[in-house]
Ligand binder design. Sequence first.
Ligand SMILES: Cc1cc2nc3c(=O)[nH]c(=O)nc-3n(C[C@H](O)[C@H](O)[C@H](O)COP(=O)(O)OP(=O)(O)OC[C@H]3O[C@@H](n4cnc5c(N)ncnc54)[C@H](O)[C@@H]3O)c2cc1C
Length: 394
Amino acid sequence: MTQTAYDVVVIGGAVMGASTAFWLTKMQPGLSVLVVEQDTSFARASTALSVASIRSQFSTAVNVAISRFGIEFIRDFQGHLGHDVGVPSLGFKENGYLFLAHSSHGAQLLAELAEMQRGQGAATEVWTPAETQAHFPWLNVEDLSAASFGPRDEGWFDNMGLLSGLRAAAKAQGAQFVTDEATGFEMTSGRVTGVQLKKAGLVGCGHAVNAAGTRAAVVAGWAGLDLPVEPRKRTVFVIDAPNARHPDAPLLVDSGFYLRPEHGGQWITATVPDEDGPCAADDFEPDLHLFEDVIWEQLYHRAPGFDAVKVVRHWVGHYAYNTLDQNAILGPHPDVPNLMFMNGFSGHGLQQSPAIGRGIAEHLLTGGWQTLDLSDLSIDRIIAGQPFSEKHVV
Ligand SMILES: Cc1cc2nc3c(=O)[nH]c(=O)nc-3n(C[C@H](O)[C@H](O)[C@H](O)COP(=O)(O)OP(=O)(O)OC[C@H]3O[C@@H](n4cnc5c(N)ncnc54)[C@H](O)[C@@H]3O)c2cc1C
């Protein structure tokens, strides 16, 4: 028997679920919204295991626009919203991203993308190798053709601060949060009419939202739908390099690794594993060999100050990896129109959460995209098998 019915039931209460609940209850006070989260420690959620960085340097205009709103939201949050919910600062560190190009084709691409990004309000600059070295003398630029740098609106911030702030604000606006595991749907005439919860039983819903991160395909399966999203393991290393102390360094994206400063003079670095493929959602075994075998040599080549390096700690997180095009999958499915997807963010979902939560909320309330046209990212392209690729996937 169906218990209490909600206008919207959100499955997954990390950053995407919380952002959706925040925007829904902000836009329509009185709407009944239930957010179901199985593990409120978030110990295994991508949100908690993120490198938590934000950039304007994407290759698609929609992703630039999404992150441009993300930065606006973070600043606003630090300005007033966060104070109201006890999260006064997200510790935004505006050091910029530095993308490196190694060929004339790469340099041309950075120049074209920078122009597109500036058209969206970003401040991306493209530098020659000499200019790059003048800004960051500790870099070896001899094999570079160009670099692009965002002098404002790019950097990193407190992921858990954003999450707890969004949850607290959504709660204050009337959203309900429950610790429980969703295990299935009640389907009636091609619509989701209830969400089965392990402890609370069947909960009725007007709409259901799939914000289940790496488990998104499981949730889609309850409605008989396929979703090309799978967990992919990423091992992140925190390193100490006594001869490389550059706290003002940007987030550096080289061809085989990325690197950014961390508190206390340390650094964070990671790479894409050599054999990148799906893993079990509960496989958190680190690929420790990646630092020694893949990252270190390239890092030392790029910055000789990394001659002596100690791995201080590491952690493993999972991308909810969209195998078609590594981009977000958004909106309702035509076959189950009251099931809303917000999945497949791969490596860039944290920064997208303010704009995506707002977009999903607007779609739920009005039946279409409003403030930002997110149709490039709609699930229709997945059904049609037509990739909408992002070239700057980190
Ligand atoms: C190593 C790493 C580095 C990253 N770096 C960046 C970065 O620099 N910038 C950036 O923007 N993004 C980054 N990302 C990506 C970003 O963290 C994610 O895209 C984003 O956090 C996804 O949020 P989410 O809410 O969709 O998923 P998650 O945070 O994974 O949350 C999904 C939630 O759903 C819950 N859930 C699942 N199934 C059920 C169920 N059946 N019942 C109840 N609850 C359920 C889970 O417990 C979980 O809490 C990184 C990710 C990783 C792993």
